[in-house]
Design a protein around this ligand. Structure first.
Ligand SMILES: C[S@@+](CC[C@H](N)C(=O)[O-])C[C@H]1O[C@@H](n2cnc3c(N)ncnc32)[C@H](O)[C@@H]1O
Length: 236
């Protein structure tokens, strides 16, 4: 399938964010827990509120004999959520554009049965069989809007058409997040972050037939407020 998108937008998006995240993930603090002030993604502990959601998806797939329990962790960072998903029983593919992140993930638990890939999501050549679940914790909200269409279409392509579930964790558009300046809404900056309300997510993902099954609030130790969106797409 040919994806409609400006190649230039993706190249610009990826080169900027890679520059930013290589420095984040190669910093000495990235390999250790440095207390409550750090963003949650630098912690080695998976997001606890994801556990029951992942468990339910895994149970439903198994219980109904629907085959694969493959999960793709998009922008996996140090792999904290990939390890969580693997412990639940998913067969995990995890990718990140930052080679430093992938090194950290691989070295963190060398024995883990996870396929860690150093690639951009936009370059990723998917396996033929779709994933039962795709997880994006903290990548989407760093996408410049020019890349949204490509992103949503690719998520839909990669997801199993019948039972696939997409879990999106993003920073919410709240007074508190705005006050704490957890966003840099400037497409020309090296690192971009946009805050979203649930209706924004519904609108962006409905373009590919996604519907929201559930939205849950979440927060990290430093007070950032997140939403966990569970989406599914019915393919025509
Ligand atoms: C905020 S971190 C979240 C890490 C992880 N999901 C977590 O929750 O711990 C965002 C991650 O997305 C990665 N990333 C950015 N652009 C990417 C792209 N085009 N393809 C794959 N990963 C990307 C970054 O390198 C970074 O590790």
């Amino acid at each position: 399938m040919v994806l409609k998108c400006s190649h230039t937008s993706i190249l610009s998006q990826d080169s900027r964010e890679k520059l930013h995240y290589e420095s984040v993930w190669s910093a000495p603090s990235a390999g250790s827990n440095i207390g409550n002030q750090q963003p949650q993604y630098l912690s080695k502990v998976g997001r606890s509120s994801l556990k029951p959601i992942l468990e339910r998806i895994h149970r439903n797939n198994r219980g109904q004999g629907k085959g694969t329990t493959g999960l793709l962790d998009v922008g996996c960072g140090n792999g904290r959520n990939s390890f969580l998903a693997a412990s639940i029983g998913f067969s995990v593919d995890a990718l990140d554009i930052s080679s430093s992140a992938i090194e950290l993930a691989k070295n963190s638990r060398p024995d883990a049965d996870i396929r860690f890939l150093n690639t951009s999501f936009f370059e990723f050549a998917a396996p033929d069989e779709g994933y039962a679940a795709i997880l994006d914790d903290g990548f989407f909200h760093h996408l410049r809007p020019a890349c949204h269409e490509y992103y949503v279409e690719k998520i839909r392509q990669l997801l199993r058409p019948d039972t696939g579930r997409f879990i999106l964790v993003h920073l919410v558009d709240t007074e508190s997040n705005r006050a704490q300046r957890h966003y840099i809404d400037d497409p020309n900056a090296i690192h971009f972050t946009r805050l979203y309300k649930p209706e924004n997510i519904n609108e962006i993902f409905s373009t590919q037939g996604f519907t929201t099954l559930k939205v849950e609030p979440d927060a990290d130790a430093s007070g950032r407020e997140f939403s966990i969106h569970l989406l599914s797409a019915v393919h025509d």
